[in-house]
Design a protein around this ligand. Structure first.
Ligand code: ATP
Ligand code: MG
Length: 342
């Protein structure tokens, strides 16, 4: 039977779109050799049956923190059977209860999620005893979303290794000082990528994702420039540009496709940041957005009249610092003259 050609791409550009998606774990992480060595050296003692050193990975969004952690976990597990690695996203699991559910489930046990915290802790400790020949390492991604840091202490007490990941290098500032001193975190910084580094990352990925000769150096350079140090944005520009070019039945991705893709992808970074805010921070951000420019005092008042249970002024200042740190709002002036601009 003759195939209907109606749905066939004449000159397909995309060979494998999955390579450009967030869920893809790259086989190598370019320009992260220092961070790779630092994290691997923290975990190396595990291969001799010793406790790892705990680590703190921090840096702006799209700089490879999550990818690095998952990559190293994969490498470690294929190198030795002496480690059990568990990855937890604290944005999805903010409470001790939900983290313990994840931990127990990771040992292949059934949890109906109605068990009390105490029972889950006992079950988890039971699993650790049963697996005493292995060292358990747990990564807490987006660790600033964690509601109760006591869980970190309980894990350390039970001999687990801990990796914390966050955007803000001060994310753990409020963690109880006793917990902090027993964590002894080794800090590993992930700075934003330089344009040249981003070019290498994007061209490496383009080779896997696209048909040969469907993108030139110049267009990858343009995507690298627009991505502004954020690999997530860079990859999304490539993916969208390829879809746009395919829709027009073009053989190659052109400048114009990259420009239009950037128009669509540039909000990705902001959306990602907004996702990470708590409810109060979201309200504060929306208020600054509405007012465009507002003094700190007026903003706090506007916020207090918007919510039934406002946070204290101290917490308010901390939330605003986070918004500034994420680049969502700008701050001008100090103390009572401070203003926020969006
Ligand atoms: N050095 C690199 N080489 C190849 N791909 C990379 C590199 N760094 C990041 N990526 C890719 O960029 C995307 C974003 O990276 P990742 O999710 O690790 O960022 P992140 O630092 O965890 O960001 P966020 O703080 O927003 O969670 C992923 O698809 C990842 O595979
Ligand atoms: Mg991440």
């Amino acid at each position: 039977m003759r195939r209907n050609k109606l749905f066939e791409y004449e000159n397909g550009i995309i060979r494998d779109e999955s390579v450009l998606l967030e869920t893809f774990i790259p086989t190598r992480l370019l320009h992260r050799e220092g961070q790779l060595e630092a994290l691997a050296s923290c975990l190396r003692p595990v291969t001799k049956g010793r406790r790892p050193r705990n680590a703190f990975l921090y840096g702006p969004t799209g700089t490879g923190k999550t990818a690095m952690c998952l990559y190293v976990f994969e490498q470690l597990s294929s190198y030795t059977g002496m480690a059990k690695t568990i990855y937890i996203n604290c944005w999805k699991n903010t409470t001790t209860h939900s983290i313990l559910c994840e931990l127990v489930a990771n040992f292949g046990r059934f949890v109906h999620r109605r068990e009390p915290v105490k029972e889950l802790m006992l079950r988890f400790e039971g699993e650790l005893r049963e697996n005493r020949n292995r060292i358990v390492i747990i990564a807490f991604d987006e660790v600033d979303q964690l509601k109760d840091d006591r869980i970190l202490y309980d894990l350390l007490r039970n001999g687990c290794g801990v990796i914390c990941i966050a955007n803000d290098e001060h994310a753990l500032i409020d963690v109880d000082s006793r917990i902090k001193s027993s964590l002894q975190l080794e800090r590993i910084e992930f700075p934003a990528y330089k344009e040249k580094e981003m070019y290498d990352i994007l061209s490496d990925r383009a080779k896997l994702a696209f048909m040969p000769d469907s993108i030139e150096k110049k267009q990858i350079e343009l995507a690298a420039k627009y991505s502004n140090g954020d690999a997530r944005v860079g990859l999304e520009i490539l993916r969208r540009a390829a879809l746009l070019a395919e829709d027009e039945c073009k053989k190659k991705i052109e400048d114009e496709h990259i420009e239009r893709a950037w128009e669509q992808a540039r909000f990705l970074r902001k959306d990602r940041m907004l996702e990470k805010l708590n409810d109060h921070e979201k309200i504060l951000y929306r208020l600054v957005e509405d007012y465009k420019q507002i003094s700190s005092g007026d903003l706090y008042q506007a916020y207090c009249s918007r919510v039934s249970l406002p946070v204290t002024e101290r917490a308010y200042r901390k939330y605003m610092e986070r918004l500034v740190h994420f680049g969502l709002v700008k701050a001008r002036g100090e103390g009572r003259w401070r203003e926020y601009i969006c």
